[in-house]
Design a protein around this ligand. Structure first.
Ligand SMILES: Cc1cc2nc3c(=O)[nH]c(=O)nc-3n(C[C@H](O)[C@H](O)[C@H](O)COP(=O)(O)OP(=O)(O)OC[C@H]3O[C@@H](n4cnc5c(N)ncnc54)[C@H](O)[C@@H]3O)c2cc1C
Length: 439
């Protein structure tokens, strides 16, 4: 497909893959292992690394290539936040447990920084800070209340930036001010995925790609995994398949699929911009996301030459090419000077939402799982994988607040949300328009 906004060398694949495409591996499938980790994204790789550091034998199996899923496609914004409003958490769990959940999530951020530093992962990581841009005045007030809560519970420094000072952090008048959070960063997701895989391999994990797990059955004191390349026996299993859990070619843990809502998120990369433009659009070079229900998230590329603009451009099955012009339109509303800048790359990947908007780890019929990062999983998936690994190994010193929470599903829900997502998406867009009109 061609479009006037597409550069002549346009590619429908992640810009990240230019520098760090997930490589092929040709490791044979072992007959047996200590812990079989299904899914080779940040969660599975981080779990493998921790398990190896604890001395367990591990094989990570991925249906595609290691790191091929959301982990090499995301926006590379790094934070330890949750998507669920604090009031909702307190209603569901009470004030004290809500506080523990917020703290457990916030701990993902220092854990990610520690992992990158300890393993020497070269992934363009910078603690650049984030600006959350308010879509309306009411959203600004809600952010201010959240900033106070975050500061009180986690001690995390935040600063509200009113609309009159917005240009100090964002070269646009499109939003109603917002919140600056210092303890947030950015990285190159493809390089991080590769680096984490290399760290797990160095520690002694076996990484096997092109092997889809089609079923897991108990056998003796362990498990038998049925794969498209034969069978594997393992003492324990951790499923970390997140937004790719449900697949007609084989689903490792259907129970988990019924609790996850896979959703496409889309990103475009612009062509290289004239010198100095990035610093005008992103003073301080922070990552930015907005408070819309149908959110936009954007940032400069690590080399400071392009804009990477992401969002939920469609709630129906749509390709990255189909949705790229819409994303470009959102970008041009925010940065009118980019109206005629062309797109060199467009891509999509699956994120996994949950019905309670929380990430989860736990055990179902003896099989461990870690999933549900609500599109905010660079730090969180790494952290969930680590905590799930501690649980598998029986090495957790204290109970992790996201472990074993009730994990809701809905009657008759099989894991395929395609019939209701367009309705929900339409409703969210309408609410966004109404919020803006009321601003
Ligand atoms: C476009 C996009 C933008 C995003 N932006 C951000 C962002 O800026 N910041 C942020 O924090 N988060 C972001 N996210 C979310 C983040 O990328 C994810 O939460 C995180 O990567 C999830 O990691 P994971 O290991 O759980 O899953 P994944 O990386 O998705 O890995 C799951 C793996 O499981 C494999 N698999 C599935 N089924 C099977 C099976 N049966 N057998 C074997 N293997 C199987 C898949 O092939 C896949 O490789 C974004 C996601 C997307 C898609």
């Amino acid at each position: 497909m061609s479009h006037p906004l597409f550069a002549p060398d346009f590619k429908a694949r992640p810009w990240w893959w230019e520098a760090a495409e997930p490589p092929d591996r040709d490791a044979p499938l072992p007959d047996r292992t200590g812990v079989a980790v299904v899914g080779g994204g940040y969660a599975g790789l981080s779990a493998a690394l921790t398990l190896r550091r604890l001395g367990h034998e591990v094989a990570v199996l991925d249906a595609e290539r290691i790191g091929w899923g959301a982990s090499s496609r995301n926006g590379g914004h790094v934070s330890g936040g949750l998507k669920v409003p604090v009031a909702g958490l307190e209603r569901a769990f009470g004030r004290e447990r809500a506080r523990q959940i917020v703290l457990a999530a916030a701990a993902s951020f220092p854990f990610l920084e520690e992992t990158i530093a300890r393993e020497g992962i070269a992934c363009d990581y910078v603690r650049c800070g984030r600006f959350t841009a308010a879509w309306s005045r009411r959203h600004y007030d809600a952010l201010a209340a959240r900033a106070e809560y975050l500061a009180e519970i986690t001690g995390m420094p935040t600063e509200m930036v009113p609309r009159s000072r917005q240009r100090e952090v964002l070269g646009s008048d499109h939003y109603h001010g917002g919140m600056k959070v210092a303890a947030t960063g950015s990285l190159h997701p493809g390089k991080y995925a590769r680096g984490l895989a290399a760290a797990a391999e160095r520690a002694g994990a076996t990484l096997v790609d092109q092997v889809r797990v089609r079923g897991i059955a108990p056998e003796g004191s362990g498990f038998r995994l049925r794969t498209e390349r034969g069978e594997l026996r393992a003492d324990a299993v951790l499923v970390a398949t997140n937004g790719y859990t449900l697949d007609p070619r084989g689903t490792a843990l259907p129970w988990l699929a019924r609790r996850l809502i896979p959703l496409n998120s889309y990103i475009i990369a612009t062509e290289e911009l004239p010198e100095g433009m990035i610093d005008r659009l992103f003073p301080g070079r922070r990552v930015i996301s907005d408070t819309k229900r149908v959110l936009n998230y954007f940032r400069p590329s690590p080399d400071g030459k392009r804009v990477l603009w992401g969002g939920r451009a469609s709630f129906r099955a749509a390709t990255a090419e189909d949705t790229a012009p819409a994303l470009h339109g959102y970008m041009a509303e925010c940065f009118p000077e980019l109206r005629s800048v062309r797109i060199t790359h467009a891509w999509t990947g699956n994120v996994a939402f949950t019905f309670d908007w929380l990430p989860h780890i736990g055990v179902q019929e003896g099989v461990h799982y870690a999933a549900g990062c609500q599109g905010n999983g660079v730090a969180m998936a790494t952290w969930l994988g680590h905590n799930a690994a501690l649980k598998v190994a029986g090495a957790a010193n204290e109970r992790f607040a996201l472990d074993g929470l009730p994990f809701p599903t809905r009657p008759l829900y099989s894991g395929d949300p395609s019939w209701f997502l367009p309705l929900v998406g339409g409703w969210y867009r309408l609410r966004d328009r109404m919020d803006r009109l009321a601003a």
